[in-house]
Design a protein around this ligand. Structure first.
Ligand code: CP
Length: 527
């Protein structure tokens, strides 16, 4: 039998589990649900971790009923050691870092941490930090971190139970789904997890129903479209019901207006009205429609009013109960109890890293006619050319100042903006530094990160001795003067968690934060 691929794994975002792994988890949950229904005690034993030394630790820095209590009940099913950090009385209040807190608890033989925090990307950071801690301390298996909701970022275990529930409603048919996402799509982390989570279905139609103030952030919508989902946008339920293609699955989310400041609070009633189901809509929805909601719902202003509880629209109660089952299976997987029989059929091969610094042979050794120091051509030094090619002059000038500051290119020389020779009217920036030494490899990588698309010319004895074309590196990390600009990201300097920023390239000029997944242009990440 091979190594269990789930043991010691973390679930920080839904994409941490491949589609095949999620389908396997759903299959196990279906089996478990059937065994519980038939009260098959003997077969249920095969699902239990049954080890009083296996430690599950709940750390909830924000309120929760369903996520926290379903993990607690799932742990009781497994007969494991369950602990719960009393956050309000913990040393987090003495400004202890997350790293120190979780390292301490990992050292007390705890294997799985269920973490809810307003800080986005916290579990990704804890996973990385936990691996290093385990390595330093000779632990065989690093601790697992399960994201129980991080700010407005993701809620992957909710996503698992949502998709499991949708599949149940569709009798396991994965061919297509038509779903309406209604409510606060801006803050709704359960909605954000759906961007990836809905790929359980081969064909996806998503109707986004929210007033503009609560709309899904643009990058999530673009990601859905890039995945081939058919996306439509509506400003209210009223508007949605005014057309004919109405989804059979409605997924409501709680409006989190309290996060949006006084201007929004003034119009809270009108925003809420647009995403609240009304009695008069009853005869306008297709038969067989089912409503879901991650819950909680507001007792005074529920978007799914209580009169619907006893109707066939009520899918949210079954959905909530499925939460415990999905979480039993998830704990079983990361403990290594379940998963030995998983077979991967369609795993993607590892992608090869592309080079991002290309030496251009043509022209090497020629005399640089265009680069001048006053009236004289440069004899020795460097010239960075084609900076921000195609941008407007103001942007080019601002970014050249940034490059000079970050790369410490102070001293003799200058910078200017000129029109491209090949494409007149297209602007580009040029920085020249006569006398500057040829940069070393790590400086060139840094330059590639801040000036992708530029060329670096090294000039010696009046000739170009080296010419490099720079592209954005696939990974940008361990560099000074950069940070994620999401104030809620665990790596944001304001939180003082000492988390160095790390980014992954997602296009030729954009980077995604490895922690909170905020997308930045390459210009924005620099301080
Ligand atoms: N769905 C959900 O996360 O609910 P709780 O906030 O009660 O955990």
């Amino acid at each position: 039998m091979g190594k269990n691929r789930f043991k010691g794994r973390s679930l920080t975002v839904i994409a941490d589990f491949s589609l095949e792994e999620r389908l396997y988890l759903f299959e196990k949950t279906r089996e478990l649900k059937a065994l519980l229904k038939e009260k098959n005690k003997e077969k249920l034993e095969a699902f239990r971790i049954n080890n009083g030394d296996f430690g599950v630790y709940e750390v909830f820095l924000e309120s929760s009923t369903r996520t926290k209590e379903s993990f607690k009940n799932a742990s009781e099913f497994h007969r494991v050691k369950l602990s719960n950090l009393d956050v309000s009385a913990s040393s987090i209040n003495k400004k202890e870092s997350y790293a120190d807190t979780f390292n301490t608890l990992s050292g007390y033989d705890n294997s799985v941490f269920i973490v809810r925090s307003r800080l986005e990307g916290v579990c990704r950071w804890l996973e990385k930090n936990g691996r290093e801690f385990a390595g330093r301390n000779g632990m065989d298996v690093p601790p697992s971190f399960i994201n129980a909701g991080d700010g407005k970022h993701e809620h992957p275990t909710q996503e698992l139970l949502d998709e499991f529930t949708f599949l149940e409603k569709l009798n396991g048919d994965r061919s297509s789904i038509h779903i309406a996402l209604i409510g606060d799509l801006f803050h709704g982390r359960t909605v954000h997890s759906k961007v990836q989570g809905l790929n359980v279905f081969n064909s996806v139609s998503v109707d986004l129903v929210a007033p503009p103030q609560l709309a899904l952030p643009d990058h999530y919508q673009k990601e859905m479209e890039a995945k081939g989902y058919k996306v439509r946008v509506f400003g209210s339920i009223e508007e949605y019901l005014g057309q004919k293609e109405i989804a059979g699955i409605w997924y409501f989310t709680r409006p989190q207006l309290e996060r949006m400041g006084d201007d929004i609070l003034k119009i809270a009633d009108s925003l809420r009205a647009r995403i609240t189901f009304k009695r008069e809509y009853m005869d306008r929805i297709p038969s067989g429609t089912v409503f879901y909601h991650p819950l909680p719902r507001h007792k005074e202003h529920p978007t799914i009013p209580a009169f619907l509880d006893s109707t066939s629209l009520n899918g949210w109660e079954e959905q909530s109960m499925n939460g415990k089952l999905v979480r039993i299976v998830l704990l079983g997987l990361v403990s290594g109890k379940l998963g030995d029989d998983f077979k991967a059929e369609f795993e993607k091969p590892e992608e090869k890293e592309e080079p991002f610094i290309e030496e251009i042979q043509a022209g090497s050794g020629r005399t640089p006619k265009r680069y001048s120091e006053g009236v004289n051509p440069i004899t020795n030094g460097i010239v960075i050319d084609h900076i921000c090619r195609g941008d407007d002059e103001k942007e080019i000038r601002e970014h050249m100042s940034r490059i000079i500051r970050v790369m410490k290119l102070f001293g003799k020389g200058g910078e200017w903006i000129s029109s491209s020779k090949e494409k007149p009217g297209t602007m580009k920036g040029i920085i020249f530094r006569p006398g500057a030494e040829a940069p070393d490899e790590s400086t060139i990588k840094r330059l590639a990160a801040i000036a992708p698309g530029a060329t670096l010319n090294v000039i010696g004895n009046g000739k170009i001795v080296k010419k490099l074309r720079l592209s954005l590196p696939p990974r940008v990390y361990n560099l000074e003067s950069m940070s994620c600009k999401n104030p809620d990201c665990i790596s944001h300097p304001s939180h003082k968690e000492n988390v160095l920023p790390e980014f992954t390239r997602i296009s030729e000029d954009t980077l995604k934060c490895d922690y909170c997944e905020k997308v930045h242009t390459f210009r924005e990440v620099w301080n």
